[in-house]
Design a protein around this ligand. Structure first.
Ligand code: CUA
Length: 161
């Protein structure tokens, strides 16, 4: 790059190269600052789980919906090719669901259209997200990361009644 800049390069082009380089340095510095000082990381508490241990490790060995009292629930969900475990959940109106999601195989997503639930299901990591279902109805649960030939069939349902 330095040799290229020593040969006859129009002055404006050099200026733009320096601006572009400076922007890269500034953006990397911002990401570094946020990661180190502001705790920027994937959602959840950075809990991890070995993908091959998902089926034998609590709570993911018994995925499901557990009432916590006070209209709160913990939804332990295993996303795998090509289904969600559990596949259907029924909760009362106003219930807050604390999702904890992982995958024993490939990257999946857990997306509930019409809500803010948009979770990545990553092998090796436990992703957490809480959502309060204020409106009754049937909510579709979709995998929104392409995960193989059965991806389009990977869906579930949350019934709020
Ligand atoms: Cu799982 Cu797409």
């Amino acid at each position: 790059m330095t040799t290229a800049m020593n040969i006859d390069m129009p002055r404006l082009e050099k200026i733009w190269l320096w601006i572009g380089g400076a922007m890269i340095v500034i953006f990397l510095a911002i990401i570094g600052y946020m990661g180190i000082s502001m705790g920027l990381h994937p959602p959840g508490q950075m809990r991890t789980i070995a993908p091959e241990a998902v089926d034998t490790t609590a709570p993911f060995n018994t995925p499901g919906l557990v009432p916590l009292g006070n209209n709160e629930y913990r939804a332990t969900v295993v996303s795998r090719v090509w289904t969600f475990q559990p596949n259907t959940m029924t909760i009362p109106v106003g219930a807050t669901v604390h999702f904890e999601v992982t995958s024993p195989d490939v990257v999946h997503g857990l997306y509930i259209p019409g809500t803010n639930v948009n979770i990545m299901a990553l092998p090796g990591r436990i992703t957490e997200y809480s959502y309060t279902f204020k409106k009754p109805g049937e909510y579709l649960v979709l995998c929104h990361e392409y995960c193989g030939t059965g991806h389009q069939n990977m869906m579930g349902k949350v019934t709020v009644q």
